[in-house]
Design a protein around this ligand. Structure first.
Ligand code: SF4
Ligand code: SF4
Length: 242
């Protein structure tokens, strides 16, 4: 994103619109400017139409900077997955692909937030921790597409310093391996410069209980059943095999 300095009248209206705090005034407060390294190309400033003189100019970026908008601008469709935003169809609609079979859990780490964002070197650290625990990464997830090695979770070094609003790593693992996953993620969390949240997805038993609850309680991980529940609003794309 660019601001045309010659057009800007220094009204400061746009400053609060940037979720990354990347817009500031020049020293004499004559015009607004964008910190290119902090800008995640989300397009909020442009789309808000807050600027009275249309000083914002959208740019088309080449690789690797183009990855910023792919993860941060919700209006863009990711070119590999053809899914807008950061996650797969599964993350958006919950259990239409049958990814979470009985005896397995889904493990999703959501890295970054508006206000802090996430650099891919941090996303890689979490992906590597998950890989060490032996998870299988979701094939149609945008972060998986950026991996040069899914066995180690290593990402393409070309994008490693790029910043995005947030990124989602999606994976599955057998329930019995969940303690390994939690141990690895706890181990890596002090090395991360941003925030990440963890979602564990599992099918409920006939009696309505989730088997992962006991495992998480044993590991002293707070457990909240506040996730999405599929009550038929999604159109399943698979047949259950018992
Ligand atoms: S594109 Fe997004 S991150 Fe960049 S300056 Fe505009 S609002 Fe801020
Ligand atoms: S809203 Fe437009 S004119 Fe006002 S400071 Fe921002 S870029 Fe400049």
């Amino acid at each position: 994103m660019k601001i045309d300095e010659k057009e800007c009248v220094g009204c400061e209206l746009c400053l609060v619109y940037c979720p990354m705090g990347a817009i500031s005034m020049d020293e004499e407060n004559e015009f607004a400017m964008i910190d290119e390294d902090e800008c995640v190309e989300c397009g909020v400033c442009f789309r808000s139409k807050v600027c009275p003189v249309d000083a914002f100019e959208e740019e088309v970026h080449s690789w690797p900077r183009s990855i910023r908008a792919a993860f941060s601008n919700p209006l863009l469709v990711h070119k590999e997955t053809r899914v807008p935003g950061r996650g797969t169809e599964e993350a958006k609609t919950n259990d239409v692909t049958g990814q979470f079979r009985k005896g397995f859990v889904g493990v999703t780490a959501e890295m970054g937030r508006p206000g802090v964002g996430a650099r891919f070197f941090d996303v890689e650290k979490v992906a590597q921790a998950l890989a060490r625990a032996g998870v299988v990464f979701a094939p149609n997830n945008p972060v998986t597409y950026l991996m040069v090695d899914q066995k180690t979770g290593q990402l393409n070094p070309e994008i490693i310093n790029e910043k995005v609003c947030s990124a989602m790593i999606e994976s599955t693992t057998p329930l019995e391996d969940l303690p390994k996953v939690i141990k690895e993620l706890k181990g890596v969390s002090p090395q991360i410069e941003t925030v990440f949240s963890l979602t564990i997805s599992s099918r409920l038993e006939e009696n309505g209980t989730a088997l992962c609850e006991r495992v998480l309680k044993d590991l002293e991980v707070p457990f909240y059943i506040n996730g999405k529940t599929n009550i038929g609003l999604g159109r399943p794309l698979f047949k259950e095999v018992s």
